[in-house]
Design a binder for this molecule. Structure first.
Ligand code: PHE
Length: 360
């Protein structure tokens, strides 16, 4: 009996010692190993339990409950180490998953529309609000649509290589459109009347690259064809657009001009925003913005030449129309006081930042 009790105490003592080590190492592996060792099938006290059958009944009972008591102690100790190991594991996991909200982060600023795109959207909105449609045409355009359909004579100077960029091969008569007006011809050929369309887009000319010229720039074209439209409708539409772009104070004027596809034709000017005309005839106070002319050119316009309508098979006894084409880049320049067109294409973020929100 004494022998057995000593064996039990020894097993418990060994377990206590091993568990203390596990707690020190605080490792899950060591914990599993110690559990198998002291509570598994081959644990010393489990092996002793298997020998109980060979004992006399009263001895069997006493030894059995002594072993049970020893196992209980070991189990209780095990529960403690297990809890300790788990607590350390959890603390480690929390530490690993901590987010340092004070750490430096790389901020990716939100992108924005280019000021020209933003203004095109805005100009289109003015027309969409009046029920007009948006039309489009290709930038690589048929020479015929860019010129012939718009009543340019075969020897018109605008066709010459010095102004127009021709695409290879020359026999294909394909060019980079020099204005958005070919969309007028395309619209007349594809739409039922009446038509009210605006067509924004890129245009190309063999121009110098300087503060006031870009070889690629933007226009917004307008075309209205209906019964009884004329110059007064054109003037009213342009005034509405000018006010929407520059505010109610803006003053416009139509100055006689020539375009092959409109008759009569005019250029639309805006009263100079800077000197409001005060610099005219006052050499002591010149104005750089309008070159002391009091007005700045905004675009071309006119009543659609009947020959253009007839080329699209339209009965000019019944229908008439007006058209206009405005420089978008110029509009952004005037609205935002930008003095160099090159800033719009050179991609310097400091320039775009200045215009952020303004061109909306
Ligand atoms: N297409 C002309 C230009 O580029 C402008 C214009 C458009 C004139 C529509 C009259 C009518 O200068």
């Amino acid at each position: 009996m004494v022998d057995v009790n000593e064996q039990i105490d020894g097993a418990v003592a060994q377990a206590t010692k091993d568990f203390a080590l596990v707690a020190e190492q605080s490792s899950r592996e060591a914990l599993v190993r110690a559990r198998n060792c002291h509570l598994g099938k081959e644990a010393p006290l489990r092996l002793m339990q298997r020998t109980l059958g060979s004992l006399a009944p009263d001895e069997r009972k006493a030894t059995g409950s002594a072993i049970q008591a020893g196992l209980k102690v070991i189990e209780a100790q095990y529960a403690q180490v297990e809890a300790a190991v788990e607590a350390v594991e959890l603390a480690g996991q929390l530490a690993r998953e901590t987010v340092d909200v004070t750490t430096d982060v790389t901020l990716h600023p939100r992108g924005a529309l280019h000021p020209i795109t933003a203004l095109i959207n805005r100009m289109c909105d003015v027309f969409v609000a009046m029920g007009w449609q948006i039309a489009e045409g290709p930038e690589a355009e048929a020479e015929w649509l860019n010129f012939d359909a718009l009543n340019f004579t075969p020897d018109h100077p605008a066709r010459f290589l010095s102004d127009t960029l021709f695409l290879d091969p020359p026999e294909a008569h394909r060019i980079l459109r020099t204005h958005t007006s070919p969309v007028q011809a395309r619209t007349l050929l594809t739409h039922d009347l009446p038509v009210y369309v605006v067509a924004p887009g890129k245009v190309y000319r063999a121009d110098e690259y300087d503060a006031t010229h870009l070889p690629v720039f933007h226009q917004i074209e307008g075309l209205a064809v209906d019964k009884g439209l004329g110059m007064a409708d054109l003037k009213g539409t342009l005034d509405h657009l000018a006010k929407a772009m520059f505010g109610d104070e803006v003053v416009t004027r139509l100055r006689p001009h020539y375009f092959p596809f409109t008759e009569p034709s005019a250029e639309v000017d805006l009263r100079c925003f800077v000197c409001h005309g005060a610099s005219v005839g006052d050499p002591a106070h010149p104005c750089r913005t309008c070159k002391s002319e009091g007005w700045i050119e905004w675009g071309g316009c006119g009543v659609v030449n009947p020959r253009v309508l007839q080329a699209a098979g339209i009965d000019t006894e019944v229908y008439s129309g007006f058209a206009f084409g405005m420089g978008v880049d110029r509009t952004v320049m005037f609205r935002n006081n930008a003095s160099d067109l090159r800033d719009f294409v050179e991609g310097d973020i400091r320039f775009s930042r200045q215009l952020r929100g303004v061109a909306r």
